[in-house]
Design a protein around this ligand. Structure first.
Ligand SMILES: [Zn+2]
Length: 107
């Protein structure tokens, strides 16, 4: 991973965790919070390292949300579909895409 990419990743994590106050957005847990890409990083310009595409989740909810990516969108727990997650953080796919394109343009 390049230094620039590492930096983008760190800034992404920090911005998302700060916005979500270090809590799982679904259950408000503060244990082992991680940052999830709402739209998979392979489907976003520059990996989608923008807070509009990120959400803070506990390990349980992270695992459930990852199912969506792992099954190619065929399976996902209720309330953890990307559209539902975007609503939780006041974003949407279009906003996330545009922010990713801006980020990619700077690199
Ligand atoms: Zn949770």
């Amino acid at each position: 991973m390049s230094a620039k990419k590492k930096q983008a990743r760190q800034q992404f994590r920090d911005a998302v965790l700060k916005r979500d106050r270090n809590c799982c957005v679904i259950c408000k847990s503060t244990d082992s919070i991680d940052v999830h890409h709402i739209t998979d990083r392979t489907l976003m310009p520059g990996g989608g390292y923008v807070k509009e595409n990120g959400i803070s989740l506990c390990q349980d909810h992270l695992k459930l949300a990852e199912e969506f990516h792992q099954t190619g969108g065929e399976s996902c727990a209720e309330g953890l579909m990307p559209e539902a997650l975007y609503i939780k953080v006041g974003s949407n796919h279009d906003k996330a895409l545009k922010a990713s394109q801006r980020l990619e343009g700077h690199n």
